[in-house]
Design a protein around this ligand. Structure first.
Ligand code: S3P
Length: 170
């Protein structure tokens, strides 16, 4: 089976949807952020604080290359993985990349009680989320395979993602 890679803004549902989809397909699920945290032995927030965002992006880039060399995995990328077009290019070479879309309002509602995202922990969380959402939207929109998750329940997003993955196996 080709890898299935979920990309999308923070709060688009990559990790939740990824776990369900991997379960349905009977393959392993890889959450890139969680794997980086395990390997480095620090949380993403700690990595941002002690090593800086640029360093985190390098770890993310190296992991994307490593995972793209494998198969039979559902991968939840971090929200910023699209910032480096090489990540998407590598993932597309061996897998099916699906963008989960979400409006800024829905992303805000879904992330407002969570505190593990360093990019949203500044003084003005909501302004920053909107700024990043505006900046990133064209990158997610440029992915050919997309599912809008905004007003959908998990079941219907999972069903759509599975259908897209199935019809893109060649
Ligand atoms: C980031 C999103 C996060 C994580 C890091 C940076 C981003 O992942 O990789 O905090 O730049 O959008 P999630 O999208 O899983 O929250």
């Amino acid at each position: 089976m080709k890898n299935l890679i979920l990309v999308g803004f923070m709060g688009s549902g990559k990790s939740t949807v990824g776990k369900w989809v991997a379960d349905r397909l009977g393959v392993s699920f890889v959450d890139m952020d969680a794997l980086i945290e395990r390997r480095v032995g620090k949380s993403i927030s700690e990595i941002f604080t002690t090593e800086g965002e640029a360093n985190f992006r390098q770890l993310e880039r190296a992991l994307a290359q490593e995972l793209a060399a494998g198969k039979d995995q559902v991968i939840a990328a971090g929200g910023g993985a699209v910032l480096d077009p090489e990540n998407i290019r590598d993932f597309q070479q061996t897998g099916v990349v699906v963008a989960l879309l979400v409006t800024a309002n829905a992303a805000r509602a879904r992330t407002k009680t969570q505190r593990h995202r360093p990019l949203l922990e500044g003084a003005n969380r909501w302004l920053e989320l909107r700024r990043l959402h505006k900046e990133r939207a064209p990158l997610y929109d440029a992915i050919p395979l997309r599912v809008d998750t905004t007003d959908k329940g998990i079941e219907s997003v999972v069903t759509e993602v599975l259908a897209i993955h199935k019809s893109n196996q060649q």
